[in-house]
Design a protein around this ligand. Structure first.
Ligand SMILES: *Cc1c(COP(=O)(O)O)cnc(C)c1O
Length: 412
């Protein structure tokens, strides 16, 4: 077992400052939707209480527009909250395999899954990596469905001179802990077509209650984050529960994949929005520094034989993703598991993005269709070989170098 040090967070989250936490006096100071719209270069941003809530609201709006369409196609390797959001809307999930060694949806499988029953396709940008959207968009157009782009982990990612998501009907970003800019929990929904935007705003007005109890709870949690998201605090709030889960050999809990099936829906209050508005001012610099660090570290990791660092999709030549983590594909599942067993929990910023492909979590069997043993080969292979190296600024060069040496040992 590698030596334990201070806990580095698993992703590069933007730390808060005391000044972010002041009560907003001017209404504009708490209009996070307007601030994010300027940041993203879009007409409007609808703030919801989570990325999952964005999905529920958007799917509800689409369902009203096309009540006979009942299926949502998602990548087989993604956040289980996506499956819970689809189930919450009473829709059926269809999981699509990936192209070998990438996060791009497999176009052949995608076309098999799509038809007149399809409501939405969900191309997804995991770990800030921009995946192929054009194939999903073309497929959606062929069958009369919509694209709902999952950029939960990619706020600030660009394609050409526009924000990621510009080429889909709808895109959402998560403002949860660990996804960059955070309100502890929050989501940003962007809808390009004005009529569809009004439909999403109406769906939100109809299904999302104010619910001050949830907002109070999230406000306290955000204060806790502001206090603890620093090297001295992470041992208690992140490292300790992680090591407890690892002692039980519970990787799903260790990765934070053990989501509650209940999806809270409530309005985001003024104070949390104001915290987001102030922190957002620092996000461009934080992301730019993260990119510089990640590109250097990517080069170092790529020198290790047998190891690949996932990049933006080759089908998106103008893509410039963000770098909350570096997603590393190990030569095989045995090597990946050995590295994770030795290093996860030692504080050095290594983790699993998600433990399984969606059909392989027993706890989500009710909301994910079963897959046969040979099905979804590429998504399952990726799930077994992937690990994430944190791009937090608190992972210093010396420690990163030790991680590289360890990964080199385990890749042999
Ligand atoms: C986190 C995440 C979501 C859900 O966002 P929340 O804000 O946590 O509800 C959806 N998709 C992906 C890929 C995610 O990583």
């Amino acid at each position: 077992m590698a030596e334990r040090g201070a806990d580095v967070p698993p992703t590069a989250g933007l730390p808060l400052r005391a000044g972010d936490l002041a009560w907003p006096h001017a209404p504009a100071a708490s209009d996070l939707g307007a601030a994010l719209a300027r940041f993203l270069g879009v007409a409007e941003v609808q703030i919801e209480c989570s990325g999952t809530a964005c999905m529920v609201v958007a799917l509800t709006a689409l369902q009203r527009l096309a009540p006979t369409r009942t299926e949502v196609v998602v990548p087989a390797y993604t956040c289980p909250l996506v499956a819970l959001a689809v189930a919450r809307c009473g829709l059926q999930l269809r999981v699509c395999d990936l192209q070998p060694g990438t996060l791009d949806l497999d176009p052949v499988h995608l076309r098999q899954l799509c038809g007149p029953q399809t409501l939405a396709l969900v191309p997804t940008h995991l770990g800030g990596r921009i995946s192929d959207v054009a194939t999903a968009q073309a497929c959606a157009r062929e069958v009369g469905a919509w694209t709902l782009e999952d950029a939960a982990q990619a706020l600030g990612a660009r394609v050409g001179d526009r924000s990621v998501g510009a080429h889909s009907d709808i895109v959402f970003f998560s403002l949860a802990v660990g996804k960059g800019l955070t309100l502890f929990e929050g989501g940003a929904l962007v809808v390009h077509d004005p009529a569809l935007r009004r439909a999403c705003a109406q769906a939100s007005a109809d299904i999302v209650p104010r619910h001050r109890g949830w907002e109070l709870r999230r406000s306290i949690e955000l204060l806790g984050y502001a206090l603890c998201y620093r090297p001295a605090g992470l041992g208690l709030v992140y490292g300790r529960p992680l090591r407890q889960a690892l002692r039980r050999d519970d990787w799903v809990a260790a990765a934070g994949d053990d989501f509650d099936p209940e999806i809270p829906l409530h309005r985001v209050g003024r104070w949390r929005q104001a915290v987001g508005v102030r922190a957002l001012e620092r996000l461009p610099d934080f992301l730019a520094q993260g990119t510089v660090r990640a590109l250097q570290r990517r080069e170092r990791l790529t020198r290790i034989a047998g190891l690949t660092v996932l990049g933006d999709s080759p089908s998106m030549p103008d893509a410039a993703g963000t770098w909350p983590v570096l997603m590393v594909r190990m030569p095989g599942a045995a090597q990946r598991d050995a590295a994770i067993r030795a290093l996860w929990g030692t504080g050095c910023g290594l983790s699993l993005p998600f433990v399984h492909a969606l059909p392989d979590y027993p706890r989500y069997a009710r909301v994910v269709p079963a897959a046969e043993a040979g099905a979804l080969p590429h998504a399952r292979d990726l799930a077994r070989r992937l690990l994430a190296v944190s791009n937090s600024p608190w992972l210093d060069d010396a420690r990163f170098e030790r991680v590289c040496e360890a990964l080199a040992d385990f890749s042999r």
